[in-house]
Design a protein around this ligand. Sequence first.
Ligand code: HPA
Length: 278
Amino acid sequence: MQNFITLNQIDEAADAIKKRISIQPIVGIILGSGLNALADSVQNAVYIPYNEIPHFPVSTVEGHTGRFVIGDLEGKPVMVMQGRIHYYEGYSMQQVTLPIRVMQRMGVPNLIVTNAAGGVNPDYVPGDVMLITDQLNLVGMAGLNPLSGPNLDEIGTRFPDMSQPYDREYADLARKISKANGINLHEGIYTGLSGPSFESPADLRFLRMVGTDAVGMSTVPEVIVARHGNMRVLGISGISNKANLDGATFTTHEEVMESGKIITPKIEKIVRGVLREF
Ligand code: HPA
């Protein structure tokens, strides 16, 4: 039996956060592995560790600090997740996506989601960034959808449309900002797996065949829940490693964290530029 989360529990978490802040965030930002540094730029920041929020799962992975940083970025009120929760940590899909539910109950209408991903498209190299134009919900196809269980009718419908998981207007904005800053922004499809093991060469050949450009262990459930509640989403992957299609190299978490240092300034420029225009 999965651990479903009720609207009451979501509201208790949202209230605990609201009590500690005096601004109304207009965008939630999720920082992926190795991309934590972006939260350091938030001004007038209030820090709320996940373990001080009722019902909140706590991130256990190195490189995922596990707190909200709420304040101003480019003059816009933002709610940054410094560290996200992954399904492979042993939480239910509903727990993994609770932070998005909390944003929705707090009235946050936009989400910028970032992640570290393996480059399955052979043209990608570590350090590159990719605009996520669509996503492949392999975990969901296998039965693990964050919307399974009782529907939260107050937030969204039982069978939500997913024809546009990523907002086209925000995607255009990201393209424009990248161009203006000389950032080579790839565009592609992100496939979400459960992890925590990286993919075998056969996994990767399969993923490429079905249209994957980048693969990771997050994002897809969060975006489904965000869209269920009608948030507008911008998604950017940082390519932390080249997927090992021929079995000739290894993939390590250290490599993923290391590439974050090259990727962070690029993503920071894009996020700042987009925020300026919000
Ligand atoms: N595979 C899955 N998840 C990842 C990878 C990868 O190669 N790199 C960073 N997250």
